[in-house]
Design a protein around this ligand. Structure first.
Ligand SMILES: [Zn+2]
Length: 324
């Protein structure tokens, strides 16, 4: 991918999955190519009860200046003592910084995960976790909902269905139910420092996205792509640009770079090189442009001062201890 025409600015990628320690050099090469100095490694639990936390700690140990770490909650110890599960999870928040983490990542609002761990996000299992996060002002990257297509059997892409993300059989929570749970959490804890991943899946509803950010001044959105997100912006380029200008302090660069697709060989590697190029081009290019595969996009042509905030200053503000 050609990054040479893109801005030379310090960049922090707020949303990177580092799962395979043996792929450290490949991940560093991907970050380097995209002009990205530092990355926030967002950890999630595995179905077997382990987490990505050890891989992220390994990355930070090898490259201390390049990583922020967002820990996954560890459910294994909570499962052995169900009566104390809420307390055990909340206890993990208190030790995050001492264990080398900068914040928390929650994938628990993804419908597939929300069904697997059938606990309301605003329910008793997490009540003390939210209280501790607010009290200690620890930043959270929170994945809530998913693209609308995943609830629609006619529109759900085959690759999403194969990943277990076809939610059309009625056994998964509805997108609005997940948003209601988040609203309840934010009513109780209005000072939570949450970055909602993937633009909170509201890229097709910019007016609603604006109302949400207005109502909750301590939350941000990240730009890690999902199916259709940058096409949504391209469909309404003027409205999207106005949104980015108005909320320039509330948007954090992110790509979802991930070592797992690298396991698929060249196609996965090509896709991982494409994503940062796409996100950066959508922010920087003024007007229409074409991806190498011929797909048409429309860049927002954001001014350099706005790019500075989205690429690093907003993240730094949120992640500096005591910052907001
Ligand atoms: Zn992700």
């Amino acid at each position: 991918m050609d990054f040479t025409s893109l801005a030379k600015l310090p960049i922090i990628d707020g949303h990177v999955h580092f799962v395979h320690p043996e792929r450290l050099d490949e991940m560093l090469a991907l970050l380097d190519e995209a002009g990205c100095e530092r990355a926030n490694l967002v950890c999630i639990p595995n179905p077997d009860g382990s987490t990505h936390n050890p891989a992220a700690l390994y990355f930070k140990e090898r490259c201390p200046g390049r990583a922020f770490l967002s820990a996954a909650l560890e459910y294994a110890p909570a499962l052995t003592e169900p009566a104390r599960a809420a307390e055990i999870l909340a206890g993990q928040i208190g030790t995050l910084r001492a264990r080398g983490f900068d914040g928390l990542k929650l994938i628990e609002g993804k419908p597939q995960v929300r069904r697997l761990l059938p606990h309301p996000l605003d329910g008793p299992l997490y009540a003390q976790v939210w209280a501790a996060l607010e009290e200690q002002q620890l930043p959270v990257v929170f994945h809530v909902a998913d693209p609308d297509e995943f609830w629609d059997p006619a529109a759900c892409p085959a690759w999403a269905r194969e990943s277990g993300w076809d939610y059309s059989d009625g056994s998964y929570p509805a997108k609005e139910d997940l948003y209601s749970e988040v609203d309840a959490i934010l009513r109780r804890h209005p000072r939570l420092k949450i970055t909602f991943a993937h633009f909170y899946f509201l890229s097709a509803q910019l007016e609603r996205a604006a109302r949400f950010l207005d109502a909750h001044p301590t939350v941000c959105f990240d730009l890690a792509p999902h199916v259709g997100m940058y096409h949504d912006f391209a469909r309404r380029p003027e409205a999207a640009r106005a949104f980015f200008l108005r909320y320039q302090e509330r948007i954090i660069y992110g790509t979802d770079l991930d070592t797992r697709p690298l396991e698929r060989g060249e196609a996965g590697r090509r896709f991982m090189r494409f994503i940062p190029w796409l996100v950066r081009s959508c922010l920087e290019v003024a007007g229409p442009f074409t991806a190498p595969d011929g797909t048409a996009f429309h860049g927002l042509g954001l001014p350099r001062g706005v790019l500075e905030k989205i690429y690093h200053a907003n993240f730094e503000r949120v992640y500096q201890p005591g910052g907001g």
